[in-house]
Structures are given as C-alpha cells and as structure tokens.
Design a protein around this ligand. Structure first.
Ligand code: ADP
Ligand code: SF4
Ligand code: MG
Length: 321
C-alpha cells in the first residue's frame, strides 16, 4: 500500500458555459519518503489535483465527479470537514506559491505557527512556543526567537516561504504538497528553498509532492515525475528515465526548453500554441493541435498510458521518431 493512492480522479467546475472538467482520470501513487514531481504548463490541472486531494476546493462550483483518494489506506473523499481538518496538518499539509496570501497579516509569525500546533495537539502554550521556535530554526530563519514576534510584512519573500514551510511541517505531516513553492522567489532563494525541502525529506522521512511548471526544479528535486497536459497525465517516469528517454512529444517539447533555475519563465515558450480551453478540447489526444507527430488516428480516441518499468506515456506513436 502506498502512502497516497489516487485512482481515476476527475474534478469538474460549474461555469457560465456549463460544467467543465479540470482534471480527468488522474491516478498516482506516492510512497513514504518519496519526492514526486508534477510538471506541466499553467492551466494543466496541477493545483486542482492537489486541492482535490486536500479537500480544499469550494464545492460548488467544484465537484468531484469520480475517483478515489486514499491516504494511509483511508478514503478521504466524502470525509466530513471536521475529519479532513484533522488530516490536514498532521497527515498531509500544503505550501502555496504566494506566502503573503496564506499568512495572516495581523498575527505574528509565532502566533500563527502556535495556532497550527494547537489545532492538532493538546500541548501547553510553552511547549507550543518551543515547537514553533524549533521549527523556525530548522527551516533556517536567523535569530528565530526574535522573529516569533514579527509580523509577515517584516520578513523577506524567502523568509516568508520558510515560515510557510515551518507551519506546514510543525505537526510532522507524512506528506507535504508544495504547489509552486519557489515560483515567487528570486533564483538564489529558490535554490535554497529546494535544498531545504530535500534536507527535510531526508531528516523527517516525509514524502513530498512538488508541483512546478519548471523542468529544472523537477531535475533538482524529484525521484519520480508525472507530466500533466490539459487535465490529464500524459507521461510518468522515474526522473532519470524521463530526462534520458522522454516518450511523449509534449515531454520532449518541455525538455527542449528547460529553463535553468537562473532563467525561469512562467511560460514554456518552445512549444508553439497553447493549452486548449477546457470546454474546447479536441477529440482524442489533447496535444494533437500542437504535435509534430500527429496522424489521423490521434483523433480517434484518448490514448491510454502505455509502457513498462514505471515509465508510461499516453501517445499512440510512442517509439516513433
Ligand atoms: N474555480 C475554478 N472555476 C473554473 N475553472 C477552474 C477553477 N479553478 C481552476 N479551474 C480550471 O481548471 C484547470 C486547471 O487549473 P489549475 O489546476 O489551476 O492549473 P495549474 O495548477 O496546472 O496551473 C484550468 O483549466 C482552470 O481554468
Ligand atoms: S497521440 Fe498523436 S497527437 Fe497525441 S502526442 Fe501522440 S502523436 Fe502526438
Ligand atoms: Mg497551479
């Protein structure tokens, strides 16, 4: 049994143009202590996947159409909000791209971290403070004791992201979901935060799902990778296999334009064209309008993930060119 088992997960949103599917038929496993990278252009469904797992999408407009999410063997879909709250923090916790929107501007750093501890563990105020301090030190905040009484705006962007990581880890979750955790940071700080995440994985033995639009981040951190396109998984592979032998034309396109950490861009520009809008996806392979290997048969049906040894891709021409 894997730590997290997602099976055939499909999530849709109610919109002015009817219900549109944001993610479709997503299956993934994360083992204890593993770093799973999830990569794809903006809009491919990475955040919706994470937020569905966390039970954090507002419903409505969102709706889980089908599938299952098991954490430590327990089904999470359909759990009451009260029971989900217990799992968030101590079981699975999440770090978001922009720490300023997730930190409360009118509470000090110390108060916010202690509140997180208090929500999950009945320990004394003094023990809460000690835990907060220990975690701030662990994530590399200098003069942590003094920082406890600072407000979020008094910290730099990199320090705020460290505080968010401290808050996410203070209840010792088994799985951390980091959604574009370094996208808002400058490159030096980005590399430091990625190093920190990997150190914490080694020390605390937690698993990490790291979500990014940047193949460079994947190369630095992940053990295994999922590539998402237009709401579906198009390739999955161990990280070395993905970089050495990418199977899907989309993955190859991504690898042709890997930004180094130094030249990160929001858009992956080397593949001409853009993601189809959710309501206007082509029949069959969704990558077809942008694919140089396209043949008529690509429109016939959704290509299934095929392959072996943990390396699979959803393309009917795997092996061609
Ligand atoms: N609240 C929402 N209402 C309608 N559509 C949404 C909503 N949130 C996300 N989506 C759609 O779901 C798809 C996946 O979005 P998202 O998971 O945020 O992409 P990513 O994180 O990969 O950039 C997009 O097509 C987006 O437009
Ligand atoms: S199935 Fe066809 S269109 Fe889709 S990626 Fe493969 S070759 Fe390209
Ligand atoms: Mg996102």
């Amino acid at each position: 049994m894997s730590l997290l088992e997602v099976r055939r997960l499909t999530t849709a949103f109610r919109t002015g143009r009817g219900e549109v599917t944001a993610i479709e038929d997503i299956s993934l496993d994360i083992e204890a202590g593993e770093i799973l990278g999830v990569v794809g252009e903006s809009g491919s469904g990475k955040s919706v996947t994470a937020l569905t797992v966390m039970g954090l999408l507002p419903m409505p407009p969102a709706r889980v159409v089908a599938g299952s999410v098991r954490f430590g063997g327990q089904e999470l879909l359909g759990l009451s909000e009260m029971r989900m709250e217990r799992i968030r923090g101590a079981g699975i916790s999440m770090v978001f791209q922009e720490p300023m929107t997730s930190l409360n501007p009118v509470l000090t750093i110390g108060e916010q971290i202690m509140e997180t501890v208090r929500a999950h563990e009945g320990i004394s105020a003094r023990a809460q403070r000690e835990r907060a301090l220990e975690m701030l030190e662990r994530v590399g905040i200098p003069s942590a004791a003094r920082r406890l009484t600072d407000y979020p705006h008094q910290l730099s962007g990199g320090q705020r992201q460290r505080v968010m990581i401290a808050m996410a880890l203070v209840c010792r979750p088994k799985l951390l979901i980091a959604d574009e955790p370094t996208t808002a940071l400058d490159v030096t700080i980005q590399a430091q935060v990625l190093d920190l995440l990997m150190d914490l994985r080694d020390e605390l033995g937690m698993a990490i799902m790291i979500i990014t639009h940047n193949m460079g981040v994947i190369a630095e951190t992940a053990d295994r990778v999922l590539v998402m396109y237009a709401g579906r998984i198009v390739e999955e592979a161990p990280v070395a296999g993905l970089f050495d032998r990418p199977m899907h034309p989309y993955t190859r396109g991504l690898l042709d334009c890997v930004p180094t950490l130094e030249q990160d861009t929001e858009r992956l520009v080397a593949i001409p064209g853009g993601l189809p809008e959710p309501g206007r996806r082509p029949a069959g392979c969704r990558f077809a309008p942008r694919c140089g290997l396209r043949v008529d048969a690509c429109a016939a049906g959704m290509p299934p993930l095929v392959g072996g040894d943990g390396h699979r891709a959803a393309c009917i021409r795997v092996g061609a060119a």
